[in-house]
Ligand binder design. Structure first.
Ligand code: NAD
Length: 301
């Protein structure tokens, strides 16, 4: 049994922290949202009034926060206050450069640090079936593994600090681009007289096969469990896809890599989120592509 501080008890953090409690760990938590703290208290998480209170005597400090700035602010506050050596385990999705900066803050103060962003949404967080993409020194990852095992089903060791975030944003750049590709194919297919089912039956077993088609199919019908069958509710929100595409573009720009399709996917999701709002599953972009409400010109860099 370990003493764990869990900071950020929102949609994802609440389920993850609950799983740690259910496996016998003592979890103190902090979230500035009173509603989040209340829900956490009802799940056996000891809700505190500040990050410092939550982290007092903690062996492991887990963050599940909205952005790199949140993570760096919390680390800056905690690296001197936390008992040394603590394990700082950041599961948020943040910029690779911010992840490296956060890890340096922690290790520079004598702690251990691991970045472990997740794949899987709130269902996987609640069910303890997340995939973790993990970066950090191998001894630090060894230390984090028993906690990641409780919160997830799969751990992929990606390399040194920041590598987990790098893997996450590269994967989600593929995902954003592939969802647009699949959506464009359904839009064109329909104009050419193909039914959605006929295109699905061909492409799902041919070279167009991908997760965006076979699992998260953007049109209702061919895959009954995909969000398209419930008006795009309960999936991976378009705003989160846009966030990850922006992180990928920030990393591409700062490393001098030309990712033309990643850039275009980000622009299309920017337009789509402005039109449709942040909340529906990102596959709902097919509705805008079919309705031709997204502009087709590519902006120049
Ligand atoms: P969320 O907004 O529901 O939760 C974040 C929580 O952090 C909020 O409750 C907020 O009040 C809290 N917070 C803000 N500042 C804080 C501070 N200083 N100390 C403690 N708590 C603080 O977001 P979420 O959906 O739970 O996502 C969390 C992270 O996980 C994000 O980085 C997101 O990109 C990533 N992610 C989310 C999903 C998903 O499906 N929701 C999937 C994969 C990854």
């Amino acid at each position: 049994m370990s003493k764990i501080a869990f900071l950020g008890l929102g949609n994802m953090g609440l389920g993850m922290a609950t799983n740690l409690v259910q496996h016998g760990h003592i979890v103190t938590g902090f979230d500035p949202s009173p509603a989040a703290s209340e829900k956490a208290a009802a799940r056996g998480i000891l809700a505190t009034e500040s990050v410092i209170d939550a982290a007092r005597n903690a062996e492991v400090i887990i963050t599940m926060l909205p952005s790199g700035k949140h993570v760096i602010d919390v680390y800056t506050e905690l690296v001197t206050a936390a008992e040394k050596p603590a394990l700082f385990l950041d599961c948020s999705t943040i910029d690779v450069a911010d992840a490296r900066k956060a890890a340096n803050l922690a290790t520079g103060a004598g702690h251990h640090a691991v970045d472990a962003p997740v794949s899987g949404g709130t269902g996987a967080a609640d069910g303890g079936t997340l995939t973790f993409m993990v970066g950090g020194a191998s001894e630090a990852i060894d230390q984090a593994a028993p906690f990641l095992d409780v919160m997830g089903a799969r751990i992929v060791r990606c390399g040194q600090s920041g590598s987990g975030q790098a893997a996450k944003i590269c994967n989600n750049m593929i995902l954003g681009i592939s969802m647009i590709a699949v959506s464009e194919a359904f839009a064109l297919g329909a104009e050419l007289g193909l039914t959605d089912q006929a295109l699905f039956d061909v492409s799902s077993t041919a070279s167009g096969q991908c997760w965006s088609l076979t699992t998260n199919c953007p049109v209702p019908g061919p895959v009954p469990t995909s969000p398209a069958n419930r008006d795009y509710s309960g999936g991976f929100a378009s705003a989160l896809m846009l966030k990850d595409l922006r992180l990928a573009q920030a990393a591409a720009a700062s490393n001098g890599v030309d990712t033309a399709l990643g850039k275009r996917a980000m622009e299309l999701y920017e337009q789509f989120v402005a039109q449709d709002g942040p909340g529906r599953d990102f596959s709902a972009i097919v509705t805008a592509i079919r309705a031709r409400t997204l502009t087709t010109e590519t902006t120049t860099a």
